[in-house]
Design a binder for this molecule. Structure first.
Ligand code: C5P
Length: 223
């Protein structure tokens, strides 16, 4: 397939992160990683040079294993991305990084006590935000959002705050997004134009997203 994304360097984050309370307990979320892996596979097949930084997922994928960098925590995901960000053309921030992490991670299993306990949390590093600060003009970044209210306003805030060039809005509806094989997306671009797509299999959604990236940035991307 002839595409302007051939040989372009793409960094993708995917899956959930785990924020450890102790060696056997953690905070995480329902993200399956399917969307990120589908985008990675499709881009790889098109000849893009893809690095996939992945949280813990259970996916059978045709994406080459040596291009997957496995991490557990949000901090590890950030540090792994940092190794590549400078040299990439496009970043796709698909991971559902846990918003909060325990203030302290115990090295040993915490003993159960017979009363209530309080777990102190701190804000986790916002990977997309950090790279949004250092992003160069020629680098393009795509973010994802899952909103249940003030959907467009929140997505636009995200686009601006995290310096995304595109935001892909996922549907919060049952069977349409998070954890499922299908997704119903809306893409908002830097001009704040809104593009609504019908519900599709994630592999097809990945192609819609990639086509959109390609169409929008064909001229902006370096040769
Ligand atoms: O703020 P919110 O979590 O809704 O933003 C979602 C977008 O930001 C996604 O693209 C996600 O991958 C990215 N993100 C991130 N690091 C975080 C939180 C979100 O990269 N700590």
């Amino acid at each position: 397939m002839d595409t302007s994304l051939k040989n372009k360097k793409v960094l993708i984050t995917a899956g959930p992160t785990r924020e450890y309370i102790d060696p056997v307990r953690f905070i995480s979320n329902e993200s399956s990683g399917k969307m990120g892996y589908a985008i990675a596979e499709a881009l790889h097949q098109m000849g893009a040079d893809v690095i996939l930084v992945s949280g813990p997922v259970f996916i059978t994928s045709t994406f080459p294993k040596d291009r997957i960098k496995n991490v557990l925590t949000g901090k590890e995901m950030y540090l792994e991305c940092k190794k590549y960000f400078d040299s990439i053309d496009i970043a796709v921030f698909c991971a559902a990084v846990a918003d909060y992490a325990p203030k302290v991670t115990s090295n040993i299993k915490i003993k159960k006590i017979e009363s209530e306990t309080i777990l102190e949390l701190q804000k986790n590093i916002d990977i997309a935000f950090e790279f949004g600060i250092v992003k160069k003009i020629k680098q393009k970044s795509i973010g994802f959002a899952l909103e249940t209210n003030n959907i467009h306003e929140n997505a636009i805030n995200k686009l601006e705050k995290k310096n995304f060039d595109l935001v892909v809005l996922n549907s919060p509806n049952k069977n349409e997004g998070f954890g499922y094989n299908t997704n119903k997306i809306t893409i908002i671009d830097a001009d704040l134009s809104v593009h609504v797509f019908p519900i599709k299999e994630k592999k097809e959604v990945a192609l819609d997203i990639i086509n959109f990236i390609e169409k929008t940035y064909q001229e902006a991307l370096p040769e």
